[in-house]
Design a protein around this ligand. Structure first.
Ligand SMILES: Cc1cc2nc3c(=O)[nH]c(=O)nc-3n(C[C@H](O)[C@H](O)[C@H](O)COP(=O)(O)O)c2cc1C
Length: 301
């Protein structure tokens, strides 16, 4: 039995690719989205990584922003009042450096008005200390449990594809008290300018995103869906209704649109509009009916 998700519909926009939403306000009616996940915020402000921070490869965007943000207090005072007016669900993305930060961050977010859920980003590949929590099931369980002690809001844990066994890490998050899993963040990569013998990014490594990572993300969603009972939100290279449907069948109960927002800011709404017709092709009325219904080729013959 799939749990009900606290969103308006299953199409959300991914953290770091939709700003704090005011940047996108003229593009379409944002209240139509299932929810918005603004750029990750941290307890204290962070200036992020040295430039260049993005590089477009032959097959995907490589970024190393480094969680540049003005901190949780600024978010609550300056950005949240606007987000609250949008008429959609606001899922606040946050990250911690260590377990000690969980209490202060959790308390501030829980006390703020107008937050519908929290996404704990334990998977940013561009900051030291950030990715460690997603690399190990026990560490993941500990950080999620520490966070859950301080908030009652639904907590989604965003995992990294850069691990050996993502199903095990998801189990750790589930045992720690997560309400759901967001999968995945970017794939760690490196781009090189060989003539100058230099990396293309100021921080050397970056996270690859866009259609190139969709097969990796689909594999992760499928493995996580089979490992846990809480819902999975699929992320990674989704730009069309076909991509979205593949994620639902793999095991995602909702999806997030990321890099596609940069070259087609209407991608999320186009997917939402195309959803009823795609569902009816499978004889389904809603997404829940098709979540995790992937069959084996042998059984299908
Ligand atoms: C420029 C850029 C910035 C990002 N910043 C964040 C961030 O602050 N927090 C986060 O959880 N994910 C961040 N991401 C990762 C996306 O939310 C998403 O998980 C990833 O890009 C894979 O999805 P996509 O292929 O649809 O872009 C960022 C991605 C990009 C391209």
């Amino acid at each position: 039995m799939l749990q009900k998700l606290p969103f308006n519909n299953p199409v959300l926009t991914a953290s770091g690719t939709f700003g704090y939403a005011c940047e996108m306000s003229g593009v379409f009616d944002l209240s139509r989205l299932g929810g918005i996940i603004p750029k990750t915020i941290t307890l204290s402000s962070r200036s992020g990584n040295p430039a260049p921070r993005t590089f477009e490869t032959a097959s995907g965007l490589l970024n190393s922003i480094g969680l540049d943000n003005d901190g949780v207090d600024d978010f609550i005072e300056v950005k949240l009042p606007y987000l609250r007016t949008l008429g959609t669900k606001i899922i606040v993305s946050t990250a911690v450096k260590n377990l000690d930060e969980c209490a202060a961050l959790g308390e501030k977010l829980q006390a703020a008005e107008g937050i519908d859920a929290v996404e704990l980003n334990v998977s940013c590949p561009n900051v030291s200390g950030g990715v460690d929590f997603a690399a190990d099931s026990k560490l993941c369980e500990r950080v999620v449990a520490a966070f859950c002690r301080n908030i009652k809001l639904p907590l989604f844990v965003k995992l990294s594809p850069n691990v050996f066994n993502i199903g095990e890490v998801a189990k750790g998050a589930e045992s720690g008290g997560a309400s759901g899993i967001s999968a995945v963040n970017t794939c760690l990569g490196l781009a090189i300018d060989w003539r100058r013998r230099l990396p293309r990014l100021g921080n050397f490594f970056g996270g690859l995103s866009g259609p190139a990572i969709k097969p990796i993300a689909l594999r992760c969603v499928y493995q996580i869906f089979r490992a846990i009972k809480i819902p999975v939100i699929g992320i990674g290279g989704i730009s069309t209704i076909d991509d979205a449907m593949e994620f639902f069948v793999a095991g995602a109960s909702a999806i997030q649109i990321g890099t596609a927002n940069f070259y087609n800011p209407k991608a999320a709404i186009q997917i939402l509009d195309a959803l009823p017709a795609a569902l009816s092709e499978l004889g389904a009325k809603n997404v829940a009916e098709i979540v995790g219904t992937l069959e084996t080729i042998q059984n299908h013959q």
